[in-house]
Design a protein around this ligand. Structure first.
Ligand code: PHE
Length: 346
């Protein structure tokens, strides 16, 4: 017992000798005195050898000792932290600053504004509408009555699909905006409708459950297929350059008659054949046609007086051809390594 008390005195002296510390010596101190195999633990272990009548007194001495050690440890830690802070004074102010990353526009935004700018030169205004839509504006008014087989052309996400509560869905195309424009405005109409659309497709490099479209609508007196062709020729030449070849193929859409799809010569392989053009040298970029008389009638526009053309294209496809982006998923993954590549204005 006496020997132990002497030993504790010695420890106290040793402890007092510690004045300031670095982070490492503070840690060494902690391990030596407070660690699982440290001095405090081992002197506490001596309790069992102490006679029962002395235990209380001895316990007090040990507790005080432990407190002294802990206080010293905190002191050392603080002094080591202060040292690290003052080490900051050696900071070299002449070093060049870290660069801030400059932001860049999303490739789809770049393409969107280019498309808008081209069509605005032909007198088209931009119209927008809701992404959550009712059945009439997305399908019914576009000459796709219920049970029309063409509804299967677009796999729809339904939000509510009951006759009593109404049918609500995520728009499958931006034709709903054309519908909303014709509802409010009478000819002459010249609008383009850029926006996000949704289709229930399995996500892969070539298909996504959402993508972006720009649809266009022009309704006036004496609008013919020649106007449609001229407008789209102008668009393609402005967008891709005057060397690009264009062709129309007959097609079917319930809301246009006649209908045509438009291909351009493949910009990736320039006609030699590649995976993007499926070795045909041509890439489809849009659907188009003369607005079906029934669609005009649905909005009280007299088809004997007015005619119109409409078209719709996918922005991701335009982007793919311009920037050679071959995986649709890249557009929405927010990977900075992808996004940083589009810093320049195009
Ligand atoms: N709405 C069609 C689609 O989403 C595109 C289109 C618009 C076709 C206008 C013809 C006329 O596929």
């Amino acid at each position: 017992m006496e020997q132990l008390i002497k030993q504790l005195d010695q420890y106290r002296k040793d402890i007092e000798a510690y004045m300031t510390a670095t982070a490492e010596t503070a840690e060494e101190f902690r391990i030596k005195y407070l660690g699982t195999k440290g001095i405090v633990k081992s002197v506490m272990g001596e309790m069992k050898n102490v006679a029962p009548e002395e235990r209380k007194h001895f316990g007090q001495i040990l507790n005080e000792f432990k407190q002294t050690v802990e206080e010293k440890y905190h002191q050392l830690k603080e002094s080591s932290a202060e040292k690290t802070e003052t080490a900051g004074a050696a900071f070299d102010y002449s070093l060049p600053a870290d660069n801030f990353l400059t932001g860049s526009r999303h490739p789809l935004s770049i393409v969107r504004s280019r498309i808008i700018s081209i069509f605005s030169r032909l007198g088209f205004a931009v119209a927008e509408g809701p992404e959550i839509e009712d059945d009439w504006h997305n399908f019914g008014s576009m000459n796709l009555p219920e049970d029309h087989p063409a509804r299967d052309m677009q796999d729809t996400f339904y939000i509510n699909n009951s006759k009593e509560e109404g049918i609500w869905l995520l728009r499958t195309h931006t034709s709903n905006v054309q519908a909303r424009v014709m509802e409010k405005q009478k000819p002459p109409i010249r609008v383009i409708c850029p926006g996000r659309v949704y289709r229930n497709e399995t996500v892969s490099a070539r298909a996504h459950c959402f993508f972006h479209q720009v649809e266009g609508l022009c309704v006036d007196t004496n609008i013919s297929f020649a106007d449609l062709k001229h407008t789209l020729y102008f668009f393609v030449k402005e967008m891709f350059g005057s060397d690009v070849k264009i062709r129309f193929r007959p097609s079917y859409f319930p809301f246009t008659e006649p209908s045509a799809e438009m291909d351009i010569s493949c910009l990736i392989c320039e006609g030699d054949g590649c995976a993007v053009c499926k070795h045909t040298g041509w890439v489809e970029i849009l659907g188009s046609g003369m607005v079906h008389p029934k669609v005009l009638e649905n909005f009280d526009i007299d088809p004997n007086k007015y005619t119109g053309f409409a078209f719709g294209m996918g922005m991701e496809r335009i982007c793919q051809l311009l920037y050679r982006v071959n995986d649709l998923r890249l557009y929405s993954q927010n990977d900075i390594r992808f996004l940083q590549q589009f810093t320049g204005s195009v």
